[in-house]
Write a protein that binds this ligand. Structure first.
Ligand code: DOR
Length: 430
């Protein structure tokens, strides 16, 4: 069956397209973008599923390059099936999943397991990320090549930093030679210590131990230096501070191969929210100050931050409904990421094309995925957005098992209403 998407505003930053046009999908691929395709389709009636999308926006399928699925090992938090369902409901046709499952994805068999499950589930494309070190324990490199053959698309010890600079150097050198991006969770644990929230005014008045911005910045500075020294590349995960943005901006100015992402909570919330002691606001790195939020927006706007990735970190009630100190870090983000990011367009921080670049084309480029564009012949991975749709976040209707969202009850505008993966409709919220 062919699908004709008609009447929508089509945005494809890679092809520099932003216009009202029609798009024909055939055999799982983008067949054609143009005007007047409806006439031909009508002649072909019965063989074409014609979808009228007047007032809607059609973009290359969104890619979240920083998702935590909890399978294997912690299926009560999330399974590959529930995570992939949350992805398509949130408008994501592809997700890259971090290796901090239980056991850690530090070998071929776990990578193969994740890939096999994702194919069985058949919702979003799921791309496993392999661990940098065995058990993400930070002492011994994993078998990058073996995992690459099994299907990993990047390496990271996310959830934990690689504290040993020599190990990180070897990881960057080896991964670069294999064409595997290194995604760095930047946190100097000697500086973050047993901190719970951002170190600043609120940590003082609330009596909660602080995590200083420098815990993130010192490690970013180190990784930039290693990338420079080894002439390799590094991708910085979940950037949260003004100082981090400055370091990455300077590194880019010097022509270094550094890319970076931030998450919606870092441009939406500040540590002021912690006054509620609500553990849904507890995340690592922690929510920062107003000044940091402004710097993150500037970093997005001037291109310092290449990607918006939600750091989807689903947890169960027993992980979150405990004393603040013991609560798990993380936010269930796949189903709110797009709408929170659309607010950047509403507030004129980004244009639509820039937003889609950060949520599709750039993650595809950084991860070397043949995705992120609507060129003829590309996989028909498509997200249809209703930019006007007003809705209120309700964690009870999340597809994700992780109901841990600080955005529950928040009114938002803009939502994915149709998600097509490989030419098949995987989510229809019309
Ligand atoms: O808040 C977080 N949650 N930060 C991380 O780095 C890990 C993640 C998780 O896996 O829950």
């Amino acid at each position: 069956m062919k699908i004709l998407l008609t009447g929508a505003r089509i945005i494809d930053p890679v092809q520099n397209i932003d216009a009202q046009m029609d798009m024909l999908l055939e055999d799982g691929k983008v067949a054609k973008i143009g005007t007047g395709l409806l006439k031909t389709a009508k002649k072909d009636s019965g063989k074409v599923n014609i979808i009228d999308l007047d007032g809607k926006i059609v973009v290359p399928g969104l890619i979240d390059m920083h998702t935590h699925l909890r399978e294997p090992g912690q299926e009560y938090k999330e399974t590959i099936a529930s995570g992939a369902a949350a992805a398509v409901a949130g408008g994501f046709t592809s997700i890259a999943c971090m290796p901090n499952t239980s056991p850690i994805n530090d070998n071929r068999s776990i990578t193969e397991f994740i890939k096999r499950k994702a194919v069985e589930v058949s919702l979003a494309n799921v791309y496993p990320i392999g661990a940098i070190s065995n058990g993400s324990a930070g002492s011994q490199l994993t078998e990058f090549w073996d995992m690459k053959e099994a299907g990993i698309i990047a390496i990271s010890d996310d959830g934990k930093p690689v504290m040993d600079a020599a190990l990180m150097r070897r990881a960057m050198e080896y991964a670069y030679s294999l064409g595997l991006p290194v995604i760095s969770h930047c946190e100097d644990t000697n500086l973050s210590g047993n901190g719970l929230i951002n170190e600043g005014y609120y940590s003082t008045v609330l009596g909660l131990r602080g995590i200083p911005g420098i815990a993130e910045e010192a490690m970013i500075a180190r990784d930039i230096l290693i990338a420079e020294f080894t002439n390799t590349c590094v991708h910085i995960a979940h950037v949260s501070t003004a100082g981090s943005v400055r370091l990455i901006r300077d590194a880019k100015k010097r022509g270094l191969q550094v890319t970076a992402e931030t998450a919606p909570h870092y441009f939406t919330l500040t540590d002021e929210a912690l006054q509620s002691y609500d553990t849904n606001f507890k995340v690592n790195p922690p929510l920062r100050s107003e000044k940091d939020v402004e710097a993150i927006k500037e970093g997005l706007s001037d291109g310092t931050l290449d990607v918006i990735a939600c750091d989807h970190a689903p947890h169960g009630r027993t992980d979150k409904e405990v004393e603040f100190e013991y609560a798990a870090n993380g936010i269930s983000g796949l189903e709110t990421s797009l709408a929170l990011s659309i607010s950047l367009v509403q507030n004129k921080v980004l244009g639509w094309s820039e937003l889609i670049t950060k949520m599709s084309a750039n993650p595809a480029r950084i991860l070397n995925l043949p995705k992120g564009t609507l060129e003829a012949g590309a996989d028909a991975d498509i997200t249809v957005i209703d930019p006007q749709l007003k809705w209120t976040v309700d964690v009870q209707v999340f597809r994700s098992r992780g109901k841990n969202s600080p955005f529950h009850g928040r009114p938002l505008q803009g939502k994915a209403i149709l998600t097509i993966v490989g030419g098949e409709i995987k989510y229809d919220g019309r």
